[in-house]
Ligand binder design. Structure first.
Ligand code: HEM
Length: 405
C-alpha cells in the first residue's frame, strides 16, 4: 500500500492506495458527497479526465480501500457484461440477507431470475396499468387544490410503494408501515440494514402463509418454483421479495424527482409534452438518459486488464449509469436534454445479465404519472426561493421538490 494525496481534488486527505494503482490515476471523486445540487453535471465532467481512475473513497458499504471508476460507456458495459470476471455476489445491505438475484453470478443467477420473469410479463404489466393510473390519480387529487406540494413526499415516494403492494398482492392498509420502512431504507446505511431486516421478517410471515395456500402473487410463484429440482428456501424467497421492494422504490422516486425538476425548470419542455402526449414515451427515455440515478458495483474475480490498466483480483469497480449515459462518444451533446432524442441507447437500467427486470414497469409508472400530472395540474414550477438539495450514493436522490402551480 502507498499513501497518496489526491489529484485534481480539493480534499487532500491521505488514503491507503494499493501498490498496483499508478498514483497519476488516483482521484478522490466521491459519488456520495460534494456533487452540488446538479449532480449529473458534476459527474459528467469526469469525461474530461482519464478513461479510468481509482477513487480511494467509496460510494457504499462494499468493503475495500477504494474503487476503480471506468468513465466510458464502452468500458462500463464490458464490466457489466462479463459477470464471470466482475462479480456482483457481494452484500449491499450490511446484513446477512442475500438480495436475489442481484447478489448472484451465473450460472446461479439466471435460474433465480427466471422465477421472477412471470411477474413482469407483458400481460401482468398490462393488468397493472389500471391500478398504476388510479394510484396516480388519487395522489394528485389529494394535493391538486392546494396549488402546491412537495412532489417527493406527496407523490414520488408513496406512488411506487403502492405499486409494490399491488405486485405482492398485499392489502393497501399496509401502506403506512411500508412507507415507514421505505423512509428508513432511504435515510442512510445505518437505518437501512435494520429496516430491511424488518421488511424481511414481515415477508417471512407471508412466505409461510403462501406455502400453505398459494395465490397468483410473487411469493406464491416463488414458493411453488423449483431451482435445480428443489424448492426455494424461505431465505431465498424473502431475499427475492426484499430486493423487489428496495429495487423499485428509491430508483422510481428519484427518477420522478429529477424528471419533474427538469419539467418545472424548463417550461418550454413541459409545455411541449402538455400539448402532445404522444411525445411523452420518447421524452421519458431522454430523461432516463440525462438523469440516470444508479451507481452500481462489481469486484474482480481475477487479475484482468480494463481500459488499459491492471485490475487485481478483489478490486472494486464502480459502474456509473450516470457516466455511461452522458458519454460524449455515444451521445451528441450529452449534457443537453433533447426530449425528441432518438435512438437513445442509454444505460440507465444497466446492461448485461443484471439489467433491470423492472424497467418496463418503471417506464409505465413514469409515463402514466407524467400523463396524469400534465392532465390534472396546470403548469407547475419550483416554489420561488426553494433550494433543491440532492444526495449522491448508490442511487442519487432529491430531498424534496416543492412545486407550485
Ligand atoms: C426508474 C426506475 C429504475 C431504475 C433506474 C432501475 C435501475 C436498475 C439498475 C441500474 C439495475 C442493475 C443493477 C446492477 O447491475 O448492479 C437494476 C436491477 C434490478 N431492478 Fe431496477 N431500476 C428501476 C426500477 C425497478 C423496478 C420498478 C423494479 C421492480 C419492481 C426493479 C427491479 C430490479 C431488480 C429485481 C433488479 C436486479 C436484477 C438482477 O440482478 O438480475 N427495478 N435496476
Amino acid at each position: 500500500m502507498h499513501a497518496s494525496p489526491t489529484s485534481g481534488d480539493t480534499k487532500s486527505h491521505l488514503q491507503e492506495i494499493p501498490d498496483h494503482v499508478p498514483s497519476e490515476l488516483v482521484h478522490a471523486f466521491d459519488f456520495r458527497t460534494g456533487l452540488g445540487n446538479y449532480p449529473h453535471s458534476t459527474v459528467a465532467e469526469l469525461h474530461n479526465g482519464p478513461r479510468i481512475f481509482y477513487s480511494p473513497t467509496h460510494h457504499n458499504a462494499i468493503p475495500g480501500p477504494g474503487t476503480w471508476v471506468p468513465t466510458r460507456a464502452e468500458d462500463i458495459r464490458a464490466v457489466l457484461q462479463d459477470a464471470a470476471t466482475f462479480s456482483s455476489a457481494v452484500s449491499r445491505s450490511n446484513s446477512s440477507l442475500r438480495l436475489i438475484p442481484l447478489e448472484m453470478d451465473p450460472p446461479e443467477h439466471p435460474k433465480f431470475r427466471a422465477i421472477m420473469n412471470p411477474i413482469f410479463s407483458p400481460a401482468r404489466m398490462k393488468a397493472l396499468e389500471e391500478k398504476i393510473r388510479s394510484r396516480a390519480k388519487a395522489l394528485i387529487a389529494a394535493c391538486r387544490e392546494k396549488g402546491a406540494c412537495d412532489f417527493v413526499e406527496e407523490f414520488a415516494k408513496p406512488f411506487p410503494v403502492g405499486i409494490f403492494l399491488d405486485i405482492m398482492g398485499l392489502p393497501p392498509d399496509n401502506m403506512t408501515r411500508f412507507l415507514e420502512w421505505e423512509a428508513l431504507i432511504m435515510r442512510d446505511k445505518f437505518t437501512r440494514a435494520g429496516a430491511m431486516q424488518q421488511v424481511a421478517a414481515y415477508l417471512q410471515e407471508l412466505v409461510e402463509a403462501r406455502r400453505k395456500s398459494p395465490t397468483d402473487d410473487l411469493i406464491s410463484f416463488a414458493v411453488t418454483a423449483k431451482v435445480d429440482g428443489r424448492p426455494l428456501s424461505d431465505a431465498e424467497v424473502t431475499g427475492m421479495c426484499v430486493l423487489l421492494f428496495i429495487a423499485g422504490l428509491d430508483t422510481v422516486t428519484s427518477s420522478f424527482a429529477f424528471h419533474f425538476r427538469h419539467l418545472a425548470e424548463n417550461p418550454a419542455d413541459q409545455d411541449s409534452l402538455r400539448h402532445d402526449f404522444t411525445l411523452i414515451p420518447t421524452a421519458v427515455e431522454e430523461l432516463f438518459r440525462a438523469y440516470a440515478v444508479v451507481n452500481t458495483n462489481r469486484y474482480a474475480t481475477r487479475d484482468v486488464e480494463l481500459a488499459g490498466v491492471s485490475i487485481k483480483k478483489g478490486d472494486n469497480v464502480t459502474c456509473s449509469t450516470i457516466l455511461a449515459s452522458r458519454d460524449p462518444r455515444e451521445f451528441e451533446d450529452p449534457n443537453r436534454v433533447l426530449l425528441t432524442r432518438s435512438p437513445n441507447p442509454h444505460n440507465a437500467f444497466s446492461y448485461g445479465p443484471h439489467r433491470c427486470i423492472g424497467s418496463h414497469l418503471a417506464r409505465r409508472e413514469i409515463i402514466t404519472g407524467m400523463e396524469e400530472w400534465l392532465t390534472q395540474v396546470p403548469p407547475f414550477h419550483i416554489k420561488p426561493g426553494a433550494e433543491i438539495v440532492t444526495h449522491g450514493g448508490g442511487v442519487f436522490s432529491m430531498e424534496s421538490l416543492p412545486l407550485v402551480w
